[in-house]
Design a protein around this ligand. Structure first.
Ligand code: GL7
Length: 827
């Protein structure tokens, strides 16, 4: 394959130049050619799916030359690369992004029009690759977008799940999960390379034997093997001729099925091994933060990192590469603890397969990894029972033990006699069962450890890994998350983008988001504010059409659109938002609140709950039940609506966020590592009501206190309250509004008279409330009053919203990437 017996003149096809600009006619011809000769149908006989596939292939063909060229350029001039190791990539639809990056949106629109095709219908045909759960997976997708746009040599490694995040529907208000067969209608964005498959082993034994030089070498004989087949995806930079690669691995049986057994008629047994192997990449774990379904999950993790390390070392580096120099050529960024098993895997490759001494291998390994932590919840830090890890990956367990021994010796040297500290810092936990703490392993191995927002990084140092921060203060750093302005502003909000470009006189802001600062003076320009409001109104109109078509929901376009979209988790406090809704309703019913004083408002929820997360599912049901009652009760005169479209995903986010007036970021302080939805809303001109948590802190600092609705306990106050002993029922007893609100829910008013149906949520709030929703209730309501007051003055509101857009350029993922490059990767 690598021989160069081929004539250099024939490296690339000549003929039609595959790079834009092209003409509409040219595009039509290419499209028809794809339809006829690629898809095998004539236009008149084609289905929408045929047309979508042909359009996708036409657009991707314009990226192909850039892809080949980027690869060629990188091979010719090898530099240090970034390998992003992530179990999740929540990519969103590809067609729109490909059209944007090739600058073909309007040509494609006209071309489809000439063919009598509505391009919007084709775009709607695409099923998004939902290969992630939430923020963490979407962050990975934003990062690879920025890295391509910045022309950083990168490869993204991950898993090609056959089924992505489940599809959510509601039955009687309750969440029901269905599989997400995203590949069903064909997948024009991926390129399988079965000939580059990698073999991965599991189970079996290890044994020691002497090599030729008499040194002890370990040999691992796995019990079974799986094939990892790479699928390549293009990651186009924004109009810069760069296309990076995302390489996702799909698991296959090592040796097909058993023909003898098949011929004997036992079909189920004949394909058993195949099924077991394929299960590894069958489905994304729909679990947002706590480890579950342990064994398969660990298999997934090892599977993809083993494939990726092998791929990089054997296929990406030149054949004669001296692995001593590995750190000069690669940095593996560990996206949370999911890929941390890559650390012992690299040690195994270097020591067992490449013959390095342990110490040499460790010196190399320690320079090749960096670790990003994305959580503060202790239960979300992965630990693997030693029993399981040893059974699945016996050699890796031995390696982890040795890493730990060496590490603890270092701790003892630094802190003589402090055995309690040694126990605290051990990679192996002894209680409640012997297990491997993956965050510790990552921290020991990594060049740098970073949190994802300033507050998070500080709490990571102070609370989560304090002993490590004491031992290696210089290892710890912060990189605040960001979002790609291409997808979340330019694509999702064409109207605002047009207005911004017109105002700034340039489109450069799309790749240099700090330029948004130039909008600041326009906040004081009445005509601009009016245009800004028209954009918002048009976006609400678009959202109304989407919700009507998708869910049969009616959006009141003249309402304040108040949005809480994110995974359903107790710490994020959707229940607090619900208490606000019910307090308004209860206020009107009881006469405490005159109806004229209720700002016409639609509260829009979007949230999936992990299938095994009982309380989260009960909260979803309760929101739906409250919606059903409040929306229909004539006493509200249509001034309060609650909408909860099912199956919130990237595509729906792209429609909701540009239409929002108010962004709900109300987690208990100290619990949300960063949040990224918060950034998307602010950049699309919504104001934030939020706690001092995650990246909210930095948003508020940038936009200014006057342009942010802050409420609630601060992180130190939360800790103080917890120490003092938090008693949620005392708030219930002291606050008549809270009492009336909870009583109305508890009475069964929203649940057909059933107290039982509301009990899970209400009892938890009253008697446990680990995330202190009741403590923040009063402050939250007061902040909502300030929202109402501000919204009443539309001109002042627009001014604040414009300032949010103007001052949030910092939250571009391009800036995050620059920070990673400067502080961590030096690539
Ligand atoms: C998360 C954090 O919860 C979220 O606050 C953060 O913005 C995101 C990206 O850094 O990572 N961690 C996590 O496990 N998930 C997240 O969304 C699922």
């Amino acid at each position: 394959r690598r021989g160069s017996a081929f004539p250099a003149s024939h490296e690339l096809a000549t003929g039609p130049v595959k790079s834009p600009p092209v003409t509409v006619d040219g595009f039509v011809q290419e499209f028809l050619s794809e339809l006829n000769y690629g898809q095998g149908v004539k236009l008149s006989q084609s289905t929408i799916n045929d047309q979508y596939l042909a359009l996708a292939r036409t657009v991707r063909s314009y990226l192909m030359a850039a892809w080949l060229e980027t690869g060629h350029r990188r091979r010719k001039n090898p530099t240090k690369m970034v390998a992003y190791l992530s179990a999740e990539y929540l990519l969103g639809r590809q067609l729109g992004n490909a059209l944007l990056s090739t600058n073909l949106i309007s040509i494609a629109e006209q071309a489809m029009h000439e063919c009598g095709i509505d391009i919007a219908e084709l775009r709607a045909q695409e099923i998004e690759p939902g290969l992630g759960n939430g923020g963490l997976g979407r962050l990975a997708a934003c990062f690879v977008d920025s890295l391509a746009t910045m022309d950083v040599p990168t490869i993204g490694y991950g898993i090609r799940y056959e089924y992505g995040i489940f599809r959510q529907s509601f039955e009687d208000g309750r969440q029901v999960e269905q599989p997400d067969p995203w590949l069903r209608l064909g997948s024009p964005w991926e390129f399988p390379h079965p000939e580059r498959a990698v073999t991965v082993g599991f189970g079996g034994q290890t044994e020691e034997s002497a090599d030729e030089e008499g040194r002890n070498r370990c040999r691992w004989t796995p019990e079974r093997q799986v094939r990892g087949v790479p699928y390549h995806y293009m990651v186009p930079g924004y109009r810069n001729g760069v296309v990076n690669t995302l390489r996702l691995w799909s698991a296959e049986a090592h040796e097909g099925f058993d023909l003898q057994v098949f011929n004997s008629g036992d079909y189920a047994r004949a394909t058993q091994a195949q099924t077991v192997a394929e299960n590894i990449s069958k489905v994304l774990y729909p679990d947002d933060s706590t480890p579950q379904g342990k064994e398969l999950r660990l298999q997934q993790q090892y599977f993809f990192v083993a494939c990726s390390l092998h791929d990089f070392i054997e296929n990406t580096l030149p054949g004669d590469f001296d692995l001593q120099n590995l750190p000069k050529r690669i940095i593996f960024q560990l996206n949370d603890t999911h890929p941390v098993i890559a650390v012992p895997e690299l040690m195994r490759l270097l020591v067992d397969e490449k013959g390095f001494d342990w110490d040499e291998a460790w010196a190399i390994t320690q320079q090749c990894f960096a670790y990003t932590c994305h959580t503060l919840l202790p239960e979300a830090l992965e630990v693997w029972p030693v029993e399981l890890l040893g059974r699945l990956l016996p050699r890796h367990l031995e390696i982890i033990y040795r890493i730990n021994d060496d590490f603890l010796a270092q701790v003892r040297e630094a802190f003589p006699g402090d055995e309690w500290r040694v126990r605290r810092m051990s990679i192996i936990a002894e209680h409640p069962q012997r297990s491997v703490r993956m965050a510790f392993l990552a921290t020991v191995a990594a060049v740098k450890v970073n949190g994802v927002a300033a507050l998070h990084s500080q709490l990571l140092r102070d609370n989560v890994l304090p002993d490590f921060a004491e031992l290696w203060p210089e290892k710890f750093t912060n990189v605040t998350n960001g979002i790609t302005p291409r997808r979340f502003v330019r694509l999702a909000n064409r109207r605002l983008s047009g207005l911004v470009t017109e105002a700034l006189g340039t489109e450069e802001w799309v790749t240099d988001l700090d330029l948004l600062r130039g909008l600041e003076p326009l906040a004081d320009d009445a005509a601009f504010r009016e245009q800004f409001r028209q954009v918002k109104a048009a976006n609400k109109n678009r959202l109304a059409l989407v919700l009507e078509g998708r869910d049969g929901l009616v959006l009141e376009q003249d309402h304040l659109i108040d949005v809480m979209v994110k995974r359903l988790h107790e710490y994020k406090r959707q229940s607090l938002k619900l208490l606000h809704v019910v307090s308004l309703y209860e206020g009107v019913r009881s006469g405490r609140l005159p109806i004229e004083r209720v700002t016409p408002r639609t509260v829009l929820f979007g949230a999936k709950a992990a299938p095994g997360y009982h309380l989260a599912k009960e909260t979803i049901a309760l929101i739906n039940h409250v919606a059903a009652v409040v929306n229909e009760d004539p006493i509200m005169q249509g001034r309060l609506k609650v909408l909860f479209p099912a199956n919130y995903n990237v595509n729906l986010a792209e429609k909701i966020i540009p239409a929002a007036d108010l962004s709900e970021q109300i987690s208990l302080a100290g619990k949300e590592a960063s949040g990224t939805g918060n950034m998307k809303f602010a950049l699309n001109g919504a104001l934030t009501i939020g706690t001092d948590d995650g990246a909210n802190v930095e948003i508020r600092q940038l936009v200014g206190d006057d342009n942010f609705f802050l409420f609630g306990l601060s992180e130190p106050e939360v800790e103080a309250l917890r120490k003092e002993g938090y008693v949620p029922s005392s708030y219930y007893e002291q606050d008549p509004v809270l009492r009336a609100t909870l009583d109305l829910i508890g009475s069964g008013h929203f649940t057909n008279g059933s107290r039982h149906s509301a009990a899970a949520v209400v009892d938890n709030l009253l008697h446990h409330d680990p995330f202190m929703a009741l403590a923040d209730f009063q402050a939250y309501l007061a902040a909502q009053d300030r929202v109402d007051e501000a919204y009443a003055d539309q001109d002042a509101w627009s001014r604040m919203a414009i300032l949010n857009v103007a001052r949030c350029g910092f939250f571009s993922s391009d800036r995050s990437m620059r920070d990673y490059l400067d502080k961590i990767w030096h690539a």
